[in-house]
Write a protein that binds this ligand. Structure first.
Ligand code: AMP
Ligand code: MG
Length: 349
């Protein structure tokens, strides 16, 4: 839902040969464009006809989800936001209901650092649009006013399928989480069809199940400032890896970078972090957590990860220091020549 057109395929499957509907050895690959990014589906040991039809279904699901969850184009979420702005109750369409409930739950766990109802702030910064804003900063007073209105999921009540809000500033923007939620749905669909070994990778954020034959899946984590990867990981079983970075959508004014991850407490882009990578079982949680920990920054990521039930984190701060918990350090392999200051935290239980 974010990062239209400029998010590149950040995290590359080390084993991916690419191409549409290709069957290389035991791995079937398919790629399509959704959520403003390239989605790569890799299926291991699946008969090509079944693989092809599963990928088409996933592609259709992604298109549908993207359209109905869009924060700024007409659709169910925009309609719901319009009603909440007038403090009118709204009926939540069935597919949106679990998505909004899960977004609210994760926001509470993150103590509001992942805040899916700051759509007005995101719009004020100009990130509601396919093109990036050039050269203009939002009015300071307007930012201050939106921060003072403090929209939060605590303002929202969902009963059955009716949503109400007591704060006219509440506007859902699911850009920090919808892609993870969509990937979880894709994995669910694959499992229902009996597929055990797969990766669904959307612009570098992914969930894997099973493994690549006898060996684990190998994935890379994009370097936040250079082309190529900074580190790699081996994953098997049910694992999601999500990265939030200040390089995904940003503009510069007078040499300063203004990116798309907003600290709801200040109304400005969170300014101590460059990227955060989170490993977790489900993709929706990993996605929300990567955004929350980005905002939490070097001082608060550990407590926020703990509150959100996250066990593996790597955060690169604006000085280039790499913060990690010990369990993450034991899983990650840095590329040769990466010579960074590493700050190891207490264990995350
Ligand atoms: P991600 O790349 O997953 O970190 O998501 C970034 C996107 O999430 C932005 O483009 C916004 O649409 C939205 N967003 C920005 N700041 C926040 C925040 N503090 N909490 C939740 N969503 C946010
Ligand atoms: Mg996210």
């Amino acid at each position: 839902m974010t990062a239209y057109f400029i998010r590149t395929a950040a995290l590359l499957l080390a084993l991916a040969a690419g191409g549409c509907g290709q069957h290389k050895g035991e791995v079937f690959h398919d790629q399509f464009f959704a959520f403003g990014t390239l989605v790569d589906v890799s299926l291991y040991g699946v008969e090509p006809q079944l693989a092809e039809s599963e990928c088409r279904k996933i592609e259709m699901d992604f298109m549908e989800m993207h359209a109905s969850w869009h924060a700024w184009q007409p659709g169910p979420l925009a309609t719901l936001n319009g009603r909440l702005a007038n403090l009118e109750p709204a009926t939540i369409e069935a597919p949106l209901l679990p998505l909004l409930k899960e977004a609210n739950r994760l926001s509470r766990l993150s103590t509001g650092l992942f805040n899916p109802v700051i759509g007005n702030l995101i719009a004020l910064w100009g990130f509601h649009g396919n093109a990036l804003p050039i050269g203009t900063l939002p009015d300071r007073a307007a930012i201050r006013e939106l921060v003072a209105q403090a929209p939060s999921v605590e303002n929202v009540t969902i009963r059955d399928s009716i949503i109400t809000s007591d704060n006219p500033s509440v506007a859902y923007d699911l850009g920090g989480f919808a892609k993870g939620y969509a990937i979880d749905r894709a994995i669910e669909r694959l499992r229902e069809s009996g597929i055990q070994n797969a990766i669904v990778n959307a612009g570098g954020d992914l969930r894997a199940i099973g493994q690549h034959g006898e060996r684990p899946w190998r994935i890379g984590i994009r370097h936040p400032r250079e082309t190529g990867i900074i580190a790699s990981l081996e994953i098997s079983g049910d694992t999601s890896v999500f990265t939030s970075g200040d390089y995904e959508r940003f503009f510069e004014v007078e040499g300063r970078r203004y990116h798309h991850i907003i600290d709801p407490r200040t109304g400005y882009p969170a300014d101590n972090t460059v990227s955060v990578t989170v490993i977790h079982s489900d993709a929706a949680t990993a996605d929300a957590a990567a955004t929350a920990l980005f905002v939490a920054g070097p001082a608060e990521w550990l407590s926020t990860a703990h509150n959100m039930g996250i066990r593996y984190v790597m955060l690169i701060d604006t000085h280039g220091t790499i913060h990690m918990n010990p369990a993450m350090q034991s899983r990650i392999h840095f590329e040769p020549g990466i010579d960074a200051n590493i700050s190891l935290s207490a264990p995350l239980q």
